[in-house]
Unconditional design. Structure first.
Length: 259
């Protein structure tokens, strides 16, 4: 099954590298991450078309057939538009994403005084990264979220140690306040998990990290293009466009928890 979105194709490549399986059923893919069953977008169904209002029941049933024990439902669509309203009316969260890419080194920003930009290396660095990932979780859900974030951090660290990836952070007095990763995938390199704590936003940290990660990616002459994915309508798109990225595709996902 063909998927043209560089954001989705690199998502699938990253999932495979982390141990997930991707099974092609002809008109859809089933993605499964047995090591992290609470990872919604590691356990989902991906459809190559836009969502259609008359296919809601079909794709819900297909998900439930593949993941009968899951505490969530998640279906991705490789094209935007279509019948997303039908899903929203049934209580599903609809998330639109924009793929952006550049063939040049991103324009960076000056690192503020007192901030150290460096690679994540130690056990404490990766634990801080997991804590950053769980930063906005409600207290009664925090324990489960940290389990998820620590599993994800372990998978990311494995990619770094394999030489395929680079995770870089901004540290303020030893405290991780922003971080992101990038993974080399042949001719493409894909950014991952761009996060800046609310206390340190609008200080140029994300721009500096995007630049630093891009420099590392382009050290490999095989890499021809950098890819990053941002929430449709979100503030990050402007930051990436100012850094030199341009929109190349859009796609959408629908999800909900099981009460």
């Amino acid at each position: 099954m063909r998927i043209d979105s560089p954001g989705l194709t690199t998502d699938l490549d990253l999932l495979r590298l982390s141990g997930s399986t991707v099974t092609d059923h002809g008109d859809h893919l089933v993605i499964r991450t047995e090591a992290n069953p609470t990872f919604w977008w590691g356990n989902f169904v991906l459809v190559p078309t836009a969502p259609r209002a008359d296919e809601v029941d079909r794709w819900v049933a297909r998900f439930e057939e593949e993941f009968p024990e899951a505490g969530h439902r998640a279906v991705g669509f490789a094209l935007p538009g279509g019948g997303t309203q039908a899903w929203a009316e049934l209580g599903w969260e609809v998330e639109g994403d924009v793929d952006l890419a550049t063939t040049g080194l991103p324009v960076g920003t000056k690192v503020p005084d007192g901030i150290q930009v460096r690679a994540l290396e130690s056990d404490d660095d990766w634990e801080q990264s997991a804590q950053v990932g769980a930063r906005d979780t409600a207290q009664d859900e925090r324990k489960d979220r940290l389990v998820f974030e620590r599993r994800r951090a372990a998978a990311q660290r494995g990619l770094v140690e394999s030489g395929r990836a680079h995770w870089v952070g901004a540290f303020d007095g030893g405290r991780l306040v922003a971080r992101l990763g990038i993974v080399r995938l042949g001719e493409l390199a894909r950014y991952q998990d761009v996060v800046t704590l609310a206390s340190h936003r609008r200080r140029g940290l994300a721009g500096a990290l995007v630049r630093a990660a891009g420099e590392w990616a382009f050290e490999d002459p095989a890499v021809k293009q950098l890819v990053i994915v941002a929430e449709d309508g979100g503030p990050a798109i402007g930051l990436y466009q100012r850094a030199g990225f341009a929109e190349v595709a859009r796609h959408v996902g629908v999800s909900r928890p099981i009460a």
